[in-house]
Structure formats: C-alpha cells, structure tokens
Design a protein around this ligand. Structure first.
Ligand code: MG
Ligand code: MG
Length: 261
C-alpha cells in the first residue's frame, strides 16, 4: 500500500466526531430493535422500524441499495440461527429459542456507523447462550488490541484465540473492515491471524471489528437468495460488531449511544 492511499485511512478528529454522530443514531436503532425482538414479530417489521428511526434522524440506511449480486433490498440484515450474516428481512416470524443477528449501518452527513449484535428470542438453550457470550467477548478481545503501534494481526489473533479456545470457529471469507465515508474501506480485518503481522494500526484509523462465530466448522455457504450466508453444516452462528477509532487514548467505540459505556 502506498503512503498516499494509506493516508486516506486516517481520519481527522472532525471526521471521527461525524462518524460518532452516525454511530449514535445507529446505536439507537439497534437498541430499539433489541427491545422489539420477541417471539411472533416478523423480521420485516424490525426492518421497517429501523429505517423509520434512521430517516427520522436525517440519516440514510447504508445497506439499502448496497451493491452485490443485486442491490441489497433492506435497512437491516437479520440472520437467524444457522444464518451467519446478510439475511434479508422478510415475513419470517421469530420463534422462541431462535438466536437473531441484526446488523445495521447508518450514513449521517456522509459518514457511516456499522454495528451488529446477536440476541436470543425468548428463552434460549445453553449452547445458544454460550455462543452469544463467547462471540461478544471476542469482539471486546479484538477491540482491546486497537492501540497505535499494534498490528491488524494482533486484533485478528485475539478474536480467533478466544473463539477457538471455546471450541468454536471463525469464517475465513468474511472479515471486519475499515469504514468511513464508504462502508468497506481498507484494511480488511480477518477474524483469524498472527500477532505482529498485517498493517500497523495508526491514530485516526476507523475500523469495524466484527467477529462471526460458528459452532460446527469454519465453512459457510450462500443461500439461493445470493445474500444470506449460512454455516455449511447448519450449525448455530453469532455475530457482534462495533465501529472503532484508533486514538492515542486507546480504542474509542463510535457505535455506542454513550461514550465507551
Ligand atoms: Mg455491519
Ligand atoms: Mg461491517
């Protein structure tokens, strides 16, 4: 990577503050959706509410129209059980015992916040609870590595080792990513890696860290809708994500409703 293209990865304080504003709206959306996740609700209903909240705050749903096999049709991706990422909201009704991963991007004044969580629907089983806990913990293990002078490989390895120490797996084809004015900017941040390797983290980088975790194997496949990614063996999956700024004071989570709470 040349110096000039690397420079573009560095955001000014003003830009980071703008991303934080986008991240706050995004956090609000996800909090509201989290509260609505109950047996009997359709994923389409969640999507409609998310879009309304974003537009009420003068934002734009980042995912809607995102290029792919065909433009992504919705505000949220909602992925249930074996669905890992990119599930398309529909008339599907959430059932007691499901686990649901919700991913949302909000563009506000040209800057993007990208974040995701997984939650159980009603009462869920022990394996589901453990998977959600380990996936969430692995996100924070990755975030804790995000200091200037560390490498992408430190973040990746922290996620991978936490996940694999619990007997779970990370996918190889789906990664975290730089984010800013565009949803996917360099660098890619895999959920597996070697400490000390990969790009050096520098103050002003803004990166979406997003561990995806599979119970059975690391293999995935894409459904015939061409978007939904599932575990190849149909085992359970979970996904957590935050957009983070690398600062001299350490990692700053931009997609929480209050500062680093
Ligand atoms: Mg996301
Ligand atoms: Mg992302």
């Amino acid at each position: 990577m040349t110096i000039s293209s690397e420079k573009k990865l560095i955001k000014t304080e003003i830009e980071i503050n703008m991303m934080r504003e986008a991240g706050k709206v995004n956090a609000l959306v996800l909090e509201e959706i989290k509260n609505m996740i109950k047996p009997g609700i359709t994923t389409k209903k969640l999507d409609t509410v998310a879009e309304t909240i974003i537009r009420d705050h003068d934002g734009v749903p980042t995912f809607k129209g995102y290029p792919g096999p065909y433009p992504y049709p919705s505000t949220l991706t909602i992925s249930i059980n074996e669905e890992m990422v990119h599930g398309i909201p529909s008339g599907r009704v959430l059932k007691e015992g499901d686990i649901v991963s919700v991913d949302c991007g909000t563009t506000l004044n040209g800057y993007i916040g990208d974040s995701a969580f997984t939650k159980g629907v009603g009462e869920i089983g022990k394996e589901q609870i453990r998977l959600i806990r380990v996936t969430r913990e692995s996100l924070y293990k990755g975030i804790e590595e995000m200091y200037p002078g560390k490498h992408i490989g430190d973040v990746s390895a922290a996620i991978q080792s936490h996940v694999e120490s619990h007997g779970y797996h990370v996918p190889r084809q789906y990664t975290g990513h730089g984010v800013g004015r565009r949803m996917h900017e360099p660098p890619q941040v895999p959920n597996f890696g070697v400490p000390g390797q990969g790009m050096l983290l520098q103050e002003g980088m803004t990166i979406a860290i997003e561990p995806m975790v599979l119970v059975g194997t690391s293999l995935t496949k894409v459904l015939s809708d061409q978007w939904t990614v599932i575990s190849a063996d149909h085992s359970l999956t979970a996904h957590f994500e935050h957009t983070i700024a690398v600062t001299s004071n350490g990692p700053l989570i931009l997609t929480k409703s209050r500062r680093n709470t």
